[in-house]
Design a protein around this ligand. Structure first.
Ligand code: FMN
Length: 190
């Protein structure tokens, strides 16, 4: 099982990137969680798409199309999806006649953390309409909403809270199990 994950934050000290890295320790022995960088994804522009489709987007599309699932670690901005993160998925859905190859039937899990008391719950909800539009298979059997991020991670970005680690372990194991149970056209065998 090969899952591709990206963090919807560009900042070096991102809590959501730290959460995604921490998730790797709970991947089952037969699986892998590859972390994809979104740093090279440009701002979406139809003119750019028409003139020269960005290589960074093509590469990420191919990685996800060949994967068994996608894990999005999302921040929350103004009670919704940060533009940086939404921009990535908007690019990945282009051109429309290639969107099925990337997203249709794709198992997708969303998790997130923020310094507030609400821990990205509204951002995670906002992702649902996007995931439905793209005809993915969202993972609904678990939820990972981590509030008070400032107290959860240590200065190296490691999860310093045993309860959060346990929640993360359950979430990651559950998502891999869910993804294993799905059959995707276009995903590479193995
Ligand atoms: C423009 C902006 C809007 C924000 N809005 C929210 C919000 O609605 N809810 C929330 O919990 N945190 C909000 N925050 C705080 C972010 O959760 C915080 O910056 C967090 O560290 C971002 O995730 P990251 O650490 O992965 O970069 C906002 C931050 C910015 C810059």
């Amino acid at each position: 099982m090969r899952i591709v994950g990206f963090s919807g934050s560009l900042r070096t000290g991102s809590y959501n990137t730290a959460l995604l890295r921490a998730a790797q320790q709970f991947v089952p022995p037969s699986g892998v969680l590859e972390i994809a960088s979104i740093a090279e994804i440009p701002l979406y522009n139809f003119d750019v798409e028409n003139a020269a489709f960005p290589q960074a987007v093509s590469k990420l599309k191919d990685r996800i199309a060949a994967a068994d699932g996608l894990l999005i670690s999302t921040p929350e901005y103004n009670n919704s999806i940060p533009g940086v993160a939404k921009n990535v998925v908007d690019w990945l859905s282009r051109p429309p006649d290639d969107a099925d190859r990337v997203f249709r039937g794709l198992p997708v899990a969303v998790m997130g953390t923020s310094p507030s008391r609400f821990g990205t719950v509204l951002s995670q909800n906002a992702w649902l309409s996007v995931l439905r539009t793209l005809e993915t298979r969202p993972y609904f059997e678990g939820r990972l909403v981590i509030p008070n991020a400032g107290k959860v991670f240590d200065e190296h970005g490691a999860v310093a809270d045993a309860k959060v680690l346990a929640l993360l372990a359950t979430f990651v194991a559950g998502f891999f199990e869910f993804a294993r149970g799905q059959t995707r056209q276009g995903a590479a065998p193995g």
